[in-house]
Design a protein around this ligand. Structure first.
Ligand SMILES: [Mg+2]
Length: 366
């Protein structure tokens, strides 16, 4: 089997509501979708969903990198030889993990379809039959609004809520306090500052959140400030998660050497695909770190890539944080991902088990 051509689509999909973090505020998700074609007629799908300021590549830069450098290197290759294809992409250009992740997903989808098995089986099997999800809707909103949203999400079946912080410490603490008061003691709360604090601010904020029972605080300070992360970690009584700081395997080693994190956050897009992210999860486990998985702004194919990967990895903390498909008004895949009581059941369909919805793809294309 040989790759004959690869189509690239740039889409801009409206969100159900505006979402604000300490890094950006947005009403739309601009994403890249690819379709890999082969001489057998089989196709594979990939999709990445960059976030402004979080991602080091914009959607437009991902499209250029794919068209100018990565796709020419993939033509006439056997898509089933995923390790060789990924090595070829690394030889072609360093970094550009978002762009490489889109291709990696499509190669997994294609290979699994040819074998007639779901992607998680290609990855070695599944440790569970369904994957629980976090509700990650609570951005920088007033405390009462956050509490109302939290109640709604718990009623929908979510048992873990994620709350964005990292701007104004007092408002951040009020938001966390209001959510805890609204949902009671049994619901898990995860906090994400998206690099918004200085180390001193982070220590003050996290000490303010601690009485409300938070599971952890994610990326309290700048991704480059390993020393600051270590300072925060030593000063507070809740685990610290490194997210923006963890791109390559060497970053996991840094986190351990600098004693800067208890947990690492992985994403299929950020870390360059299923192949690479799975190995990073393994490395983190060997080094004694726990892993959280999942991007909060994923369209359908990227969502499924994280759901299938999570199913195949025994050391991922559940629930995963892949919830972008719930934030957009419509997805670009034919069958929407069915979330029931906050969980997604694994499908037996080959590959990721979905096709592109061409009408929606063209409606949201830019
Ligand atoms: Mg994060």
């Amino acid at each position: 089997m040989k790759i004959t051509h690869i189509d690239v689509f740039l889409v801009n999909v409206p969100l159900r509501a505006k979402f604000t973090t300490s890094q950006s505020s947005r009403t739309h998700q601009k994403s890249v979708v690819i379709e890999v074609h082969t001489d057998t007629g089989l196709t594979g799908l990939g999709n990445v969903d960059p976030s402004p300021k979080y991602s080091d590549e914009s959607a437009e830069e991902i499209v250029s990198c794919l068209k100018d450098a990565l796709i020419p290197a993939m033509l006439h290759k056997d898509p089933r030889n995923i390790v060789l294809c990924m090595a070829e992409l690394d030889r072609k250009t360093a970094g550009h993990y978002h762009a490489k992740a889109a291709l990696d997903m499509a190669l997994h989808d294609l290979t699994a379809k040819e074998l007639g098995i779901p992607v998680y089986r290609l990855l070695g099997g599944a440790v569970c039959e369904s994957i629980p999800l976090v509700s990650s809707w609570i951005g920088h909103v007033p405390a009462q609004e956050a509490a109302d949203m939290a109640i709604q999400h718990v009623e929908q079946g979510f048992r873990t809520l994620k709350i964005k912080v990292g701007k104004q410490i007092e408002e951040d603490i009020q938001r966390v306090r209001a959510v805890r008061k609204a949902v009671g003691a049994d619901i898990q709360l995860r906090i994400d500052a998206n690099e918004g604090y200085t180390p001193q601010q982070a220590i003050r904020a996290i000490k303010g959140f601690t009485p409300y029972g938070i599971l952890y605080c994610e990326q309290p300070v700048s991704r480059d400030d390993w020393h600051g992360m270590a300072q925060v970690r030593k000063a507070v009584d809740v685990p610290v998660v490194a997210d923006e700081a963890i791109v390559e395997p060497k970053d996991i080693i840094q986190a351990v050497e600098k004693e800067a994190a208890d947990i690492v956050k992985l994403k299929v897009m950020k870390n360059g695909g299923l192949y690479r992210t799975g190995r990073m999860a393994w490395l983190a486990g060997v080094l004694g770190l726990k892993c959280v998985l999942g991007h909060g702004f994923t369209l359908g194919i990227n969502s499924l890539s994280e759901i299938h990967l999570a199913a195949s990895l025994p050391n991922i903390m559940m629930p995963i944080e892949t919830t972008g498909m719930l934030k957009v008004v419509e997805d670009i895949i034919s069958e929407p991902i069915h979330v029931k009581n906050g969980s997604v059941r694994l499908s037996q369909a080959p590959g990721f088990g979905v096709a592109l919805d061409r009408k929606k793809l063209s409606r949201f294309s830019v």
